[in-house]
Design a protein around this ligand. Structure first.
Ligand SMILES: Nc1nc2c(c(=O)[nH]1)N[C@H]1C(S)=C(S)[C@@H](COP(=O)(O)O)O[C@H]1N2
Ligand SMILES: [Mo]
Length: 542
């Protein structure tokens, strides 16, 4: 028969071996403290699980960094300056540590509350998760999957907290119970709680360590990016002509802000490259192989140009297209240094993560200003858009030209080398097809009878657009007002007001490139080399 005093004797049998400690937790450490410890361990493991999720899915925005960002945005500038004065470059470390301390106190409180009344601690954990979720989704760089991390953090915290507090309550009921009689469950329950607490703490430390290792490279790359200054372009960029922007509500902005720029790549996690360790190799059919480092690249005479890039996977009317001001060194200068050998007709560009693109050699050596880009809209390339260096080639779809996180250019032949997408059902060449899109009104919208304002964009990079027309219910084509171009390498805005009486309408758009070739009505799927057909919308006029 086991009694409270008999458990003090060491007993080798499983489940009953207990060190010589008092039989109830009250005599050792107050259960409230154990509850607080359970809260901290659960919260720690939950936050670590959330940060790990973010590290894998959305390394640029994690719950903790998003909360830090939200704090920075919320404090008045005076406080920010004071923090920088006080802590210098350690200000961010101090901020994250403060978030850690607040989180620890809240987690301890959640443990204590959960022990007092089941469910209360879970509510507190849920509220903290909601705060993290709000911070994450309001960050500019947040991707949809970034929302997963705070949810994982909250769910893991709640599950662990509930388990630990239940075990603690079994061991040390919160309201005083009569002295235990006979088969005392306390030692077993005590062991069960302490094991779970230890397991949770170890899991928190392991997940935290893995996350730190995983995200260290991203932190280094972001840190470098944040402190670098872009070189000035050797020649000023083309000015945006006065008539290039039309004032139509809801039309795509002429220049796409970085935060709104579409992102397409096969990278599961955003590659993080430390620029001092970066090198670009020029190999293959060249007179001289070249290795270029980042400092050398930045010292080259830079060109700055607006170029509209588009994805071959963009459906007719889709939004996988954007226009940015790119700063870079022309690829042709680098290739001229290397000296391509006769017979070469392709450059296979490789990214840090092994992805490859096949670009016609000619598109990289002619005068179109294919760039080794380091800047996007006046900033260093965002990490997800290829930091530190990517290719941007006017006139070609991204999958055959716009290699991000660029590390190698191999001069070769289409007959000898194959790019990533080519054996997967896509073409090895990818000139951009003439296309046009109606941005307003949105398809399916009801608009007021009278003069209805239509507006959108049209593009045929490197050829240019010379006209955009609309037709209603397959009637005659009506010529839209075409804005001035920045250059033929960018998209053009267009607008047209059409008198419409109440009813349902189908409206279509088509563009004609500057060779006089109108865009085709024939529908083609995105594979193998880009969608065709007219963007067609339905409009209800009320
Ligand atoms: N390393 C790498 N670069 C890449 C890709 C990729 O999968 N990996 N995708 C390409 C494709 S298909 C497109 S459309 C463009 C998109 O560039 P963005 O994400 O900066 O808009 O990047 C290109 N560069
Ligand atoms: Mo693409």
């Amino acid at each position: 028969m086991s009694t409270p005093s008999s458990v003090d004797k060491p007993d080798p049998r499983v489940g009953t071996a207990e060190p010589a400690t008092p039989p109830t937790p009250q005599g050792h450490l107050h259960p409230g403290r154990w509850a607080a410890a359970a809260g901290i361990a659960s919260g720690g493991a939950g936050i670590a699980a959330g940060e790990l999720t973010a590290g894998l899915l959305s390394p640029l925005v994690s719950p903790v960094t998003a909360l830090g960002g939200a704090v920075i945005d919320a404090v008045p500038p005076g406080v920010k300056d004071l923090a920088v004065q006080l802590f210098g470059t350690a200000d961010k470390v101090v901020l994250i540590a403060s978030i850690g301390i607040v989180a620890g106190m809240l987690a301890a409180l959640a443990g204590v509350l959960e022990r007092r009344r089941a469910g209360w601690g879970l509510v507190l954990a849920g509220l903290a998760g909601a705060a993290g979720l709000t911070a994450v989704v309001t960050r500019a760089q947040a991707s949809p999957q970034a929302a997963l991390a705070p949810i994982v953090a909250a769910v893991v915290t709640m599950l662990l907290l509930r388990t630990l507090i239940r075990r603690l309550t079994t061991w040390a009921p919160s309201n005083r119970t009569p002295a235990r009689q006979g088969n005392d469950p306390a030692p077993l329950a005590r062991r069960s709680f302490l094991n779970a607490l230890a397991g949770t703490s170890i899991a928190a430390v392991v997940a935290g360590t893995v996350t730190a290792v995983l995200t260290r490279a991203t932190a280094v790359a972001s840190g470098f990016r944040g402190s670098m200054t872009l070189p000035e372009p050797a020649t000023a960029p083309q000015a945006i002509p006065a008539g290039a922007t039309l004032s139509v509500d809801g039309i795509s902005p002429l220049v796409t802000p970085n935060a709104d720029f579409y992102r397409i790549d096969t990278a599961l996690t955003v590659p993080a490259i430390d620029p001092p360790a970066w090198k670009l190799k020029v190999t293959g059919m060249v007179e001289r192989e070249i290795e270029l480092d980042f400092a050398t690249l930045l010292a080259k005479p830079m060109t700055e140009r607006h170029i509209t890039i588009a994805c071959v996977s963009n459906n007719v009317g889709g939004d996988l297209i954007g226009n940015a001001l790119w700063l870079g060194w022309p690829v042709r200068e680098l290739l001229a240094m290397a000296g391509p050998k006769p017979g070469a007709d392709m450059v296979l560009s490789t990214s840090n993560d092994g992805w490859t693109a096949s670009t016609p050699l000619e598109a990289l050596t002619d005068d179109r200003d294919a760039l080794l880009a380091v800047g996007m809209n006046g900033e260093p390339l965002p990490l997800e858009h290829g930091f530190p260096v990517r290719m941007i080639v006017p006139g070609l779809y991204g999958f055959v030209s716009a290699t991000k996180w660029l590390t190698e250019l191999k001069v070769t032949r289409f007959a000898d080398d194959t790019a990533y997408w080519t054996p997967r059902g896509w073409s090895d060449h990818g000139p951009i097809k003439t296309q046009s899109r109606i941005d307003v009104p949105r398809s399916g919208r009801t608009v007021q009878a009278g003069k209805v304002q239509f507006g959108g964009v049209a593009w045929a990079q490197h050829r240019g657009i010379n006209g955009v027309e609309l037709r209603v219910n397959r009637g005659p084509w009506q010529r839209a007002t075409l804005a001035s171009a920045i250059s033929t390498d960018t998209w053009y805005q267009w607008q047209l007001g059409i008198e419409l009486t109440p009813g349902d309408y189908e409206v279509q758009v088509r563009a004609t490139d500057s060779t006089g070739e109108p865009q085709t009505e024939d529908k083609a799927a995105v594979a193998p080399d880009g969608a065709t057909g007219y963007h067609t919308i339905s409009v209800k006029v009320g």
